[in-house]
Ligand binder design. Structure first.
Ligand code: ADP
Ligand code: XUL
Length: 557
């Protein structure tokens, strides 16, 4: 295969522009982390007055957005910090990144010219303030587009048909329904938009000094792309808004080189002018890369702002639940995923209400309550949930005398509240029983060979222990929980290598011994005894019955 090594002293830079923060990870040519940095939007950029990185009109009409320019200023700031850490930008051979999925950026007419003439003496924020026709980007937490979802599904022949074409039925957070809402409610703004980027391709634009393509993995999170052809779907485009293809630009595979770094970065930070910008992609796809998830029996669980569970397959079956995307590091394979909106922020909410605002108390409560929680079952939707499509609300039940042996003849009682320790356990067991149930229903491996956990909450061993009991398999973790920016740095190296070779090379060619890199996964929690796993299966069955009833009564569809 020729020389597949990375140059000895080269560095690879990866970012993750996520809901609450911008993170950066730098890998050397041995794929060992040599630097990392983070900007937390709420605390490092307080003048935007975001809470958890976002603005919510939520619970009124479900609108959740972030100020687009804040993401630009975060990039200025992270460069200030990286500069102080003595990082030699001149050694960086390639840059790539990850963005929260589905969020969209609307470039005003004339912004292409602005992007290509950035003045290296000034920060980006001062130059791009007026570049956007929509100043607040809709993000993945938004659920204000239910009407548009139904319209798009109807226009292409139904929800299942849309899923077969694009990999998902219409979801409120997906970019197509968001674009349709702008077209329907702000036609002039739509006309005044020359380009629509995803968060990922938007950040790539800044590094290129030009509009970047959308990559085919993150592009699958729009309800606009044909996942088999990896090209825009004419039917989906027509169902969404007129003249859209032109505003979206072209698609490119995730491993492709988008171009060389803009002179802005060469002059301002002394990057080498040959430094390559590799296509950016979504945060979950980048995590898949960073976790080196390449065995079909393995699953990853990401516990960031959202909770996600994902795996890989060669033969996806898109349906009315779950998502299918092209695998970002395998040109023929796919990744499959389930997504929950009530992840870390809901855990924080329950911690703040019932566990003295402390993870230590939260964990103490988890330890002092028994598995199965004496039949206490909770549904905690602090935000509108995606899976299942439920409105805000908490629902609690007690399955009396439940001991894990049978469901027959047991009484169920709806209650207003549990004691605080049981609230904590009901939340955690509820989140992961739901994940196991829906993963099985979606055809994901059951039990998985192993689970690799990542994201902020994967640092919490008490939570990992519950996951091991419920799924009945070993739980692995990587050295650091920010696998999206790590994955982005790894993909930067991968894109660099594919470019050098002139064709796609498998990711695994980049390492001989994973244990010598920062990518190795370590066993963090061993599987629980199988008897407990079967007892949880029974509780899961009851929970799904309750969930189906709740959805029938209160669900969005
Ligand atoms: P994102 O990338 O979506 O912005 P992160 O992966 O950085 O999110 O995760 C941030 C979340 O991690 C926080 O909202 C916080 O609740 C959670 N977190 C951090 N430490 C712990 C812990 N010890 N236990 C549980 N959750 C934690
Ligand atoms: C994925 C999703 C979230 C975001 C934010 O479909 O909506 O996981 O990517 O992390």
């Amino acid at each position: 295969m020729g020389d597949l090594s990375l140059p000895n002293d080269a560095l690879f830079l990866g970012f993750d522009s996520s809901t609450q923060s911008l993170k950066a990870t730098v890998l050397d040519s041995n794929l060992v982390i040599v630097a990392s940095e983070m900007i937390h939007f709420d605390s490092d950029l307080p003048h935007y007055k975001t809470k958890d990185g976002v603005y919510r009109d939520a619970n009124v009409n479900g609108r959740i957005v972030s100020p687009t320019i804040m993401w630009v200023e975060a990039l200025d700031l992270i460069f200030q910090r990286l500069s102080k850490s003595n990082l030699d930008f001149g050694k960086i051979a390639a840059v790539s990144g990850s963005g929260q999925q589905h969020g969209s950026v609307y470039w005003k007419k004339g912004s292409s010219a602005l992007l290509s003439s950035l003045d290296p003496k000034k920060p980006l924020v001062d130059q791009l303030r007026d570049a956007f026709s929509v100043k607040e980007s809709p993000i993945w937490m938004d659920c204000s587009t239910t009407a548009q979802c139904r319209e798009i599904e109807k226009a292409v022949g139904g929800a299942l048909e849309l899923s077969k074409i694009t990999g998902s039925r219409a979801y409120e957070r997906y970019t197509g329904p968001q674009i349709r809402k702008i077209f329907e409610t702000q036609q002039e703004t739509y006309e005044n938009t020359e380009r629509i980027s995803l968060v990922s391709s938007f950040m790539a634009c800044l590094f290129l000094g030009a509009y970047a393509c959308i990559d085919t993995t993150d592009g699958a999170g729009m309800n606009l792309m044909d996942i088999k052809q990896r090209a825009w779907s004419k039917a989906a485009l027509e169902a969404t808004a007129p003249g859209l293809e032109e505003k979206l630009g072209k698609l490119a595979p995730a491993h492709a080189v988008a171009g060389s770094i803009a002179s802005y970065f060469v002059e301002r930070y002394k990057f080498n002018k040959n430094c390559l910008v590799v296509q950016w992609s979504g945060d979950n796809p980048n995590s898949l890369a960073g976790l080196t998830l390449n065995t079909p029996g393995d699953l990853a669980i990401s516990l960031g702002t959202s909770d996600t569970v994902f795996g890989i397959t060669k033969d996806p079956q898109p349906g009315l639940e779950g998502h299918v995307f092209p695998n970002p590091v395998d040109t023929e394979g796919y990744m499959v995923m389930l997504v929950y909106k009530n992840g870390s922020l809901t855990r924080e909410d329950v911690r703040n209400c019932y566990a003295e605002k402390s993870w230590d108390v939260f964990n103490k409560f988890l330890k002092q309550t028994p598995p199965l929680n004496g039949g206490k079952i909770g549904f905690y939707y602090k935000d509108h949930e995606i899976l299942p499509p439920m409105p805000v609300g908490f629902h609690r039940y007690i399955l009396q005398n439940f001991n894990g042996e049978t469901l027959d003849g047991l009484n169920l009682q709806e209650v207003q509240e549990f004691d605080p320790p049981s609230e904590v356990r009901a939340l955690i067991e509820g989140q992961f029983l739901s994940m196991r149930a829906h993963a099985e229903r979606f055809g994901m491996p059951s039990p998985p060979k192993r689970i690799i956990a990542t994201g902020g909450a994967s640092a919490n061993k008490s939570i990992l222990s519950s996951i091991a009991s419920i799924f009945g398999c070993d739980i692995y973790t990587v050295q650091r929980p920010d696998s999206a920016s790590l994955g982005a740095a790894l993909r930067a190296a991968h894109g660099w290598l594919c470019n050098k070779r002139g064709s796609f090379v498998p990711m695994s060619c980049m390492y001989k011994d994973l244990d010598k890199t920062s990518l190795s996964c370590k066993l963090s929690m061993a599987a629980e005894d199988q008897k407990l796993v079967s007892k949880y299966a029974l509780l899961m069955k009851k929970r799904m019955e309750l969930e189906n009833n709740l959805v029938k009564k209160l669900g969005r569809y």
